[in-house]
Ligand binder design. Structure first.
Ligand SMILES: O=P(O)(O)OC[C@H]1O[C@H](OP(=O)(O)OP(=O)(O)O)[C@H](O)[C@@H]1O
Ligand SMILES: Nc1nc2[nH]cnc2c(=O)[nH]1
Length: 183
């Protein structure tokens, strides 16, 4: 256990903070105004993509001053790894999706496979509309065709953790967004 704590503390000590708390809050404020303009009269269902979407979803919905419902979906393709593979569907929303305006919130749009698959699945459930939001868009040319409707900020192509994103399951709780040394 001591080894693990030492290793994790070293990772954090050596990491670069790419987006600090102030920048995250500015990004969330901007996203919240855009979402309010589009969805405030739609009684939307907000779907948090677990686990990474937990913290961004909480921070975003407290900025939305209109009636909405909240549920979650759990799909993961990275697990404890830094490279994504196939998407594993772990949990589906319990709320009825038919004729609902749905806002999906996640922490990061990397290659886009996760959000693309979730959007496609939601459309197949008879939703009226599906909007997608992520705090981070990672910059590279390995993307799927879709683009999230609301993006907080662009970040360089390194392995990130903090603010929902994990390093080996840890550090989702950090208030900033960090990149691992050498990534
Ligand atoms: O755009 P993509 O390349 O598909 O990657 C983005 C996804 O990867 C992360 O989830 P992960 O699978 O690590 O699960 P987690 O949310 O439990 O960390 C993140 O939370 C997104 O859902
Ligand atoms: N923690 C973490 N999860 C991811 N999922 C997709 N890209 C990333 C990343 O850079 N960091």
């Amino acid at each position: 256990m001591t080894n693990t704590i030492n290793e994790l503390n070293k990772i954090l000590d050596e990491a670069d903070c790419l987006v600090d708390e102030t920048k995250i809050n500015e990004a969330l404020d901007k996203m919240a105004s855009q979402i309010t303009a589009d969805l405030s009269d739609k009684l939307p269902l907000v779907l948090c993509v677990m686990n990474g979407g937990l913290i961004p979803t909480a921070a975003l919905i407290e900025r939305l001053n209109f009636p909405l419902e909240l549920d979650y979906i759990h799909a993961t393709r990275y697990g404890m790894e830094t490279e994504g593979t196939q998407l594993n569907w772990l949990s589906y929303p319990q709320t009825s999706l038919k004729n609902r305006h749905v806002l999906v919130v996640d922490d990061i749009f990397d290659q886009g496979h996760t959000l693309e698959a979730i959007q496609k699945w939601l459309e197949e459930q008879g939703t009226s509309s599906v909007h997608t939001a992520t705090i981070i868009n990672k910059l590279h040319d390995r993307k799927t065709n879709m683009q999230p409707d609301y993006v907080g900020t662009d970040v360089v192509d390194r392995f990130l953790f903090g603010y929902g994103m994990d390093y080996k399951g840890y550090f989702r709780n950090l208030k900033g967004i960090y990149a691992i040394k050498g990534s």
